[in-house]
Design a protein around this ligand. Structure first.
Ligand code: SF4
Length: 355
């Protein structure tokens, strides 16, 4: 870690903020939220600069209707659920996948979509449903896996698709008009795929600085300083503080994989509602892998657990500590909402580092 560079950037940030009024910057993704806490960068912010979290934790933005559908599927004798670990503990209307597993349901934690496909090939007697959640970072592996499953004609593999796109969601939230954000710290890993230029529509439509940053302390600090610099100059543009990894155009090969299998479509975001073009739906050639139609899944309506304010937390409207359940009824050991479950969850990060 380059201590001198960090000290210099913190000093520059303080000088910039001294001449400005209060600023509110949103770190879009949960990885930034956790990294800002864990590295101590959050505690280095000037008092007038507030960092709030955005809708970038995959588990946190997944609707309750989806969680309930996954739990219903797990109850079926002929189904095995394969999922990333964080999804297992999200409470549904009648318990979580973890509860189902305790009652004998087949719920298998995997580290990739391909692991789920391998499981399906090894267990032809069961229908394997992979919970395909996440943003542009996890979508290419899901797409590559579905291409392989189609090529090899694997007949017992399905996805419950809920992949999401970052930029349309931010645009929709800004269009709502009640999002007092002065700039966005954009996620390095998503930007590797979509490219820094993907944020141009946010700048063009709403004149909000967007700066791509990595997850090391210096990169995050440089990203935040670049946003404040733009605000101080009355400017708005896309900057890239992670240019060693992120290009303007992103990863064309990964995007081609996504385009082969998915097309933009509506997606339901927890406590936000349906946002056009913010999701990725299976193309016709891959429709037979869609668990919703193939296994006749009923995706119920979204709702929030009573008292839970996850919906406002992931829009940066309240801090986790402003939820009356935080640290009392809701803790990582006994979570009520997904923001307290996920390793990238805002409430879990505040509980672990911010109290
Ligand atoms: Fe939801 Fe728990 Fe966070 Fe409150 S503290 S918003 S109940 S996850």
């Amino acid at each position: 870690m380059d201590r001198q560079a960090i000290d210099r950037t913190v000093g520059r940030l303080s000088d910039l903020c001294a001449g400005l009024g209060p600023l509110q910057i949103m770190e879009i993704c949960g990885t930034h939220t956790v990294s800002l806490f864990r590295s101590g960068v959050k505690s280095l912010m000037p008092r007038s600069l507030r960092l709030v979290s955005g809708p970038g934790c995959p588990v946190c933005v997944t609707s309750q209707g989806y969680i309930d559908a996954a739990c219903d599927l797990a109850d079926r004798d002929d189904v095995t659920i394969c999922t990333y670990g964080d999804m297992v503990r999200v409470p549904g209307r009648h318990g979580s996948l973890e509860h189902r597993r305790g009652r004998g349901a087949r719920v298998v934690v995997v580290y990739s979509a391909r692991d789920a496909l391998q499981y399906a090939k090894a267990h032809p007697q069961t229908n394997v449903v992979f919970l395909a959640v996440g943003f542009e970072t996890t979508t290419p592996p899901t797409a590559a896996t579905l291409i392989e499953a189609r090529r090899e004609e694997v007949g017992n593999f399905y996805v419950l698709a809920a992949h999401k796109r970052v930029v349309p969601a931010i645009m929709a939230l800004l269009a709502g008009g009640d999002m007092p954000i002065d700039g966005f710290l954009c996620p390095g890993h998503v930007s590797v795929i979509i490219g820094a230029a993907a944020y141009e529509p946010i700048v063009a439509a709403y004149r909000k600085p967007c700066v791509v940053a990595g997850f090391e302390p210096l990169s995050m600090l440089q990203g935040i300083a670049a946003i404040v610099e733009q605000a101080a100059a009355g400017e708005a543009r896309v900057d890239n503080a992670y240019s060693a990894v992120v290009t303007g155009e992103g990863n064309a090969r990964a995007r081609a994989l996504i385009d082969e299998v998915f097309q933009p479509g509506p997606a339901v975001w927890r406590a936000i509602g349906t946002i056009d073009d913010s999701g990725l739906v299976l193309r016709d050639a891959y429709a037979r892998f869609d668990a919703v139609t193939a296994l006749d899944v009923a995706l119920g309506a979204d709702y929030e657990p009573p008292g839970c304010r996850c919906g406002q937390v992931i829009q940066g409207k309240v801090l986790p500590t402003e939820c009356p359940l935080f640290g009392k009824a809701c803790t990582p050991a006994a979570p009520i909402g997904p923001c307290m479950v996920s390793s990238e969850g805002v409430c879990a990060a505040w509980y672990k580092y911010g109290r």
